[in-house]
Design a protein around this ligand. Structure first.
Ligand code: HEM
Length: 404
């Protein structure tokens, strides 16, 4: 199960430092108000080959925020901002106070699996005079026929993803980074999301989305030999030297996908299962077995039709149907109240990770756009594509190999 995968991701990704803050020798922002629970004490390393927040288990709370550099701010200001942001993120992820004027919001809680992940959008490179260092993988995504995108809530020069298992810890990080931006950058858009809280189920299991489906089963697993190749840019070559700064980095595609929940909830469970190709209760393929049983895409029923329908979401998006194209989906659900049309403004902050969007999101979304049974129940409302540089070495700031 991908819930277990989630745990495996943390365990094998090398980034999870499961230690109580008090053991780490740091003063800690939790103020020494008593021992932390294991949830509060769980700490994820900021430094490493890859940035945190990609292979770690889904956290209960998330914020994704795009910033635009302020008028007049260029490469120098961007470098100084990434230096400030990295210093703050490194400290908060260790459960320490923010470097300047900590607000106290996260006192008592410990790091709570906080991750902060930074990325650069297409426009960042023009704003900073670094156009010749922009990888072609950041070329704008193609238009899809089902897109209903709001330009104001799409793209942006800089992108920050925050995740934590505590809402106050996540907000604290958001607030600290926003203050660090100072005069250099302004918030372009912000989205807030959530997932199941660790410990809420009897055993770790794959999360459900707001349609009630088990979501994440088919994700690539770190134990697979081609996992790194699919998710991360190779550390050395084959690309041009001016793009070497992205070695060990990854590309994030972010889509705010509204779910038309009133329409969805009117469907019978059987009809909902036909849309995905998996059962709602266990996530098992309609061809049988358990959640982890591979789908039998060649099975036909007595009626002569494929058991997993030809327009089922899980069939169309499967790597074997897309020349091996794969991505690591690591979403948050969102709910922003009731929309102007009187239906829930809720859905999926779809975030997926890949070494190259042209071998991940793009071909799969092209196919889904043409024939996915799920399309009738969702609407893509905003879009972003970001180059997420490698993790920093000790003392380095994120993006230093591009900006120094
Ligand atoms: C699989 C839901 C959008 C790519 C699945 C599954 C569900 C699901 C329930 C089956 C379980 C699993 O393997 O995780 C949704 C919902 C979406 C959405 C509710 C929108 C609100 C997308 C988009 C893409 C995508 C936009 C990429 C362009 C995939 C892939 C799989 C998958 C690659 C795994 C296929 C496999 O390996 O078998 N999705 N999905 N999904 N989805 Fe989506």
């Amino acid at each position: 199960a991908a819930g277990a995968v989630g745990l495996a991701l943390g365990a094998t990704g090398g980034a999870l430092v499961q230690s109580a803050v008090s053991d780490s020798g740091t003063a800690g922002a939790h103020g020494g108000a008593g021992a932390l629970s294991s949830l509060g004490a769980t700490r994820i390393a900021f430094d490493g080959d890859h940035q945190a927040g990609i292979t770690n288990p889904l956290q209960a709370k998330g914020h994704v925020i795009a910033f635009d550099l302020a008028p007049g701010a260029g490469r120098k200001e961007a470098a100084a901002l990434l230096r400030r942001w990295s210093q703050t993120a490194r400290r908060l992820m260790a459960g320490e106070a923010a470097p300047t004027a900590d607000t106290g919001i996260a006192l008592d809680a410990g790091p709570s699996s906080l991750t902060v992940t930074f990325g650069f959008g297409h426009s960042f490179f023009d704003r900073t005079g670094l156009t010749d260092r922009r990888p072609t993988a950041l070329d704008p995504l193609p238009d899809f026929s089902g897109d209903r995108l709001d330009a104001q809530r799409s793209n942006g020069d800089l992108w920050v993803q925050i995740g934590a298992d505590d809402g106050l810890v996540a907000f604290h990080a958001l607030r600290s980074l926003q203050k660090d931006a100072g005069e250099a950058a302004r918030v372009r858009w912000q989205m807030n999301g959530f997932n199941r809280t660790p410990g809420a189920t009897g055993a770790p299991m794959t999360a459900r989305n707001l349609m009630g489906q088990i979501d994440g089963t088919g994700n690539p697993k770190p134990a697979q030999p081609d996992f790194d190749k699919r998710i991360f840019v190779p550390a050395v070559g084959p690309g041009p030297a001016e793009h070497a700064w992205m070695g060990n980095g990854s590309y994030a595609v972010v889509r705010r996908i509204r779910m038309l929940l009133d329409d969805w909830d009117k469907q019978s469970t059987a009809a909902q299962e036909q849309v995905i190709g998996r059962t709602k209760a266990t996530g098992a393929p309609l061809t049988g077995g358990s959640e982890t049983t591979p789908m039998d895409l060649a099975a036909f029923g007595a009626d002569g039709k494929p058991v997993i329908p030809s327009n089922a979401h899980a069939r169309i998006s499967a790597p074997e149907q897309n020349g091996g194209a794969a991505m690591l989906r690591r979403p948050f659900s969102f709910h922003d109240g009731i929309g102007a049309d009187g239906t829930p403004d809720a859905g999926l902050l779809f975030i997926c990770w890949q070494a190259d969007p042209l071998r991940g999101f793009v071909p799969v979304q092209r196919k889904l756009d043409r024939g996915d049974a799920l399309s009738a129940f969702i609407r893509h409302e905003s879009s972003g594509l970001y180059a997420v540089p490698p993790g920093p070495r000790a003392g380095e700031y994120v993006g230093q190999r591009l900006l120094e």
